[in-house]
Design a protein around this ligand. Structure first.
Ligand code: NAD
Length: 378
């Protein structure tokens, strides 16, 4: 009976990972590392995606997160037009308590075991310095500090991409891409959210902000004070109920769901958080409510653009130009959604899926040249 039950569980796992090429569970007894690496698709090249550290309540939560995030990376690579595939890693643990150099070295060993199929670096809960330890075990690490030969903090171009996304959205809604004269509600003031907040304050915008860490709040409040700018701090779920013009999620995913949609009063959502929609149907609900949604993986691709460029041979000007292109890509997605009477996330997904088909044909062309169908040894 047990054997039958276990077989069903195994089948269920394969159902869950049916879209993915490979999922690796990493368990290191010495350091306590528990991590999952998910490789979604390597049609265009090796998988590339950050490593998140979060105290997931269950392994299922961690698996759900890494599967969605890695699939999102395939789409993000396509949208940003870099020749990499989608992958992601999650470490199950509290980033404020559980980090050790040994833990990241153990993680680096698991990445190395994939033999170049997966390149990784920072994401939510991890910093470039964490990966200085991991890179002692593998070359497949990107985005370490410049003094270690990396391209540096990837949240800098990510935040810039969010700003371009906000500008494109302002252009569509208000006819001008100026940032000032609007109020933005920013959820999460970490590596990306803080930089976005600072830029918006410098431009003369008003902000509502929230974060679970008082130090993150204090930093932005004192920055605003120096500029004489206007920041209102709100607690927890109050961020969804503000009268801001744009909601800027920069903390965690699934923030657009059945509970939040009916309280949101904003005109648009543009932020860095991955997987902002709990489900694609929430894109439709936003459309019906007249809230313009900037697909997350289009807007937050700046960091990916930088780390991909690091693997080609870093050129900061090229990174800047490709990040700038987020503005025009987003305008294209908005106009396609309108023309085809579909949601913006559907328009973005179609754009990427068509690109994958085109690129796959290109890759097939080279594969066929290298391995002709006819076999001369026959
Ligand atoms: P981070 O860990 O530096 O910052 C996240 C911030 O959110 C922290 O300050 C944290 O305290 C706060 N937070 C956590 N739970 C919260 C809650 N319930 N309410 C309010 N605030 C909360 O992460 P980051 O690198 O700034 O990334 C932010 C988001 O953007 C993540 O979803 C990440 O996946 C995504 N993203 C980041 C990058 C990048 O380059 N760093 C690139 C693409 C996407």
């Amino acid at each position: 009976m047990n054997t039958v039950t276990n077989q069903w569980k195994a089948v269920d796992i394969f159902t869950q990972i049916r879209d993915h090429e490979q999922v690796v569970f990493c368990n290191d007894k010495n350091t306590g590392l528990k991590a999952i690496i998910a490789i979604h698709d390597t049609t265009l090249g090796p998988a590339l995606g950050g490593c998140r550290m979060y105290p997931y309540a269950t392994v299922e939560d961690a698996l759900f997160d890494v599967l969605r995030l890695s699939k999102g990376m395939t789409y993000k690579c396509l949208a940003a037009d870099v020749d990499f595939g989608g992958g992601k890693a999650v470490i199950i643990g509290d980033p404020h308590k559980d980090k050790t150099p040994e833990l990241f070295r153990a993680f680096g060993q698991f990445v190395e075991s994939l033999n170049g199929r997966f390149y990784t670096g920072t994401d939510m809960g991890t910093t470039p310095d964490d990966f200085v330890h991991a890179m002692k075990e593998t070359n497949c690490i990107v985005g370490v500090p410049e003094e270690y030969g990396g391209s540096g903090d990837s949240s800098v171009p990510t935040a810039l991409g969010v700003i371009y996304g906000i500008q494109a959205t302002n252009k569509v809604i208000w006819g001008s891409d100026e940032l000032h004269g609007k109020t933005y509600a920013i959820q999460g003031l970490g590596k990306v959210g803080r930089k976005v907040a600072e830029r918006l304050l410098k431009e003369g915008a008003d902000l509502y902000v929230c974060d679970i860490h008082p130090t993150a709040i204090e930093a932005i409040v004192s920055y605003a004070k120096k500029l004489g700018a206007n920041v209102k701090v709100v607690q927890g779920t109050e961020i969804y109920r503000t009268d801001a013009d744009i909601f800027v999620p920069c903390a965690f995913g699934n923030v657009v769901n059945d509970n939040t949609i009916h309280v949101l009063k904003v005109k648009a959502i543009v932020g860095s958080a991955n997987n902002q929609l709990l489900d694609v149907r929430h894109g439709q609900l936003l459309k019906e409510k007249g809230i313009l949604y900037a697909p997350d993986y289009i807007v937050n691709a700046g960091g990916l653009i930088q780390v991909a460029d690091e693997l080609y041979g870093l050129n900061k000007e090229r990174v800047l130009q490709k990040t700038k292109a987020i503005y025009s890509t987003l305008l294209h997605i908005y106009s396609r959604a309108e023309a085809d009477h579909i949601t913006t996330i559907e328009a973005a997904n179609r754009f990427c899926e068509e690109r994958l088909q085109q690129r796959s044909r290109r890759n097939d062309f080279f594969t066929h040249r290298k391995q002709p169908k006819w076999d001369i040894r026959r």
